[in-house]
Ligand binder design. Structure first.
Ligand code: UDP
Length: 473
């Protein structure tokens, strides 16, 4: 029998950060609008444990299906992570077709929601005549870039990083070309060509959702409402973030939370580069010494270093080698008591909501940034890849809730600089000012998500539209 609740297919792009954001989106639709969701998940290699954990304990009206994993062996060896994601998405089209075919035999799909970085999946929605929408699990600034890119690419003939003047994206603070999305930095690359085609397809969506909210990016969101950049409606429905962890019985997790309980309020800085971010050997060494020199308490989620890639654990999450083997000799002993080091993965959302956490050194992944904002925690912005430098510019130059360390000419952030920014983040006048702004944003985020808040209303509008699709045969 066909179920009564409107049924939506949700397609994250590859990577746990994207999945987490789309899980939170699905939960909203189920809890507030009684929808039925099928999450259809592509992966490269087997799904990591953290991904299984993120899917654990969801309501019964959120089903999930893993598409057959694309094997590493079937992928080109030297492509960057972002291009592997695009290629693996293409390889997953045929199994996706089978899934949509069997779902459509038992239920009417009222909409198909693809992550912007999995937009190639919408070929299948078109084949089955399901209206498709795009979810960008990122900022309004990033959407402004994507929608403006076809124009920008016509205007600029050199590489963006070589531009002297900052780029003026519609509704955004000026940004240096070097800080734009990493995937744009080589006009001739296969990825840039894919990105251009993606940005031309994006405005064909029936609607685009972003994980941001009005108080955070008012000017940019206003530009979308004017519909000059894109005729399709843009819905700011954020900040949708994970709260807490499903993994409280894990020993590492409970030890970490116990350790936090013993620290003074607001005294700990969380240090994490997300699910995939990795540092070089030398940089990891500088970070360890910098944290030690700062004399502040820290909780460091450490991965083993990678001298070739800043996305060393993007698909696997866990480090292959024991990260502790790469810490400076004697580091753990010297920082015992005021420092806790966790290998590879920690209950980040839970840590950020803990009263002892007072700062976050982050790679500026958008989920991490959003989790920091909903908990009112100021940041050190240390971007590594993707659109993270754009997020760093937004946080430091526009919203002013983060400090960005200086990168030396050799590409390293040295220990003295790290110690200095940690001291500034965790104490002094600069901290006071950032905490004030953060506390206003925390409140505004809660308001946006409350009943009748801007973000809730935007999602209700969409839910209504999809419910109406169900009624039309
Ligand atoms: N995360 C976590 N534990 C970790 C690292 C990351 O729970 O040790 C979660 C984090 O809370 C966030 C997501 O994984 O929800 C990472 O997404 P983000 O957009 O910040 O960065 P990405 O990992 O995609 O680069």
């Amino acid at each position: 029998m066909e179920d009564e609740a409107p049924h939506v297919a949700v397609l994250p792009s590859i990577g746990i950060g994207h999945l987490i954001s789309l899980i939170e989106f699905s939960k909203k639709l189920v809890h507030h609008h009684n929808f039925h969701i099928t999450l259809i998940i592509p992966t490269i290699g087997s799904p990591p444990d953290a991904m299984i954990e993120a899917l654990h304990g969801l309501p019964s009206t959120i089903n999930h299906i893993f598409l057959p994993p694309v094997q590493y062996e079937d992928m080109p060896k030297n492509d960057p992570t972002r291009l592997l994601i695009v290629k693996a998405t293409s390889l997953s089209l045929s199994p996706l077709r089978q899934v949509i075919k069997s779902l459509s035999a038992t239920t009417k799909l009222v909409s198909f929601i693809a992550d912007a970085f999995a937009i190639d999946f919408v070929d299948v929605a078109e084949e089955f005549n399901v209206p498709w929408y795009v979810y960008l699990p990122l900022s309004a600034m990033c959407l402004s870039l994507l929608l403006y890119l076809p124009t920008l690419s016509e205007l600029v003939s050199c590489e963006y990083r070589d531009l002297i003047e900052p780029v003026k994206l519609p509704g955004c603070i000026p940004i240096h070309g070097n800080d734009l999305f990493a995937g744009l930095q080589d006009h001739k690359s296969e990825y840039y060509q894919w990105l251009l085609s993606m940005t031309k397809r994006l405005p064909l969506a029936k609607g685009i959702m972003i994980n941001s909210f009005r108080e955070l990016e008012a000017g940019t969101i206003r530009v979308f409402q004017e519909k000059t950049l894109c005729k399709s409606p843009v819905y700011a429905i954020g900040p949708l973030v994970r709260m807490g962890t499903n993994n409280l019985d894990n020993d590492d997790v409970s030890n970490c939370l116990k350790w936090l309980d013993d620290q003074a309020q607001g005294s700990v800085i969380l240090v994490s580069f997300g699910s995939g971010g990795t540092l070089s050997n030398e940089q990891m060494n500088e970070l360890a010494f910098g944290l030690e020199m700062s004399e502040h308490s820290f909780l460091w989620v450490v991965k083993s270093p990678n001298n070739e890639s800043v996305t060393g654990t993007y698909f696997s999450i866990q480090s292959q080698n024991d990260p502790f083997d790469f810490l400076p000799r004697g580091f753990l002993g010297r920082t015992e008591g005021r420092g806790l080091v966790m290998p590879s993965w920690a209950p980040q959302a839970h840590i950020l909501s803990h009263a002892s956490t007072g700062g976050f050194l982050t790679h500026c992944g958008w989920n991490s940034v959003s989790e920091s904002i909903v908990n009112g925690v100021p940041m050190i912005a240390w971007p590594l890849f993707a659109e993270q430098k754009m997020n760093a510019v937004l946080l430091t130059n526009d919203i002013k809730v983060a400090i960005r360390p200086k990168v030396g000419e050799n590409g390293l952030v040295v220990r003295e600089e790290i110690s200095e920014v940690v001291k500034n983040l965790m104490g002094g006048e600069e901290r006071k000012r950032m905490c004030e702004v953060m506390s206003g944003l925390k409140e505004a985020a809660a308001k946006a998500l409350a009943i009748d808040g801007d973000s809730s209303n935007a999602l209700s509008e969409l839910a209504m539209e999809w419910t109406n699709h169900k009624k039309i045969d």
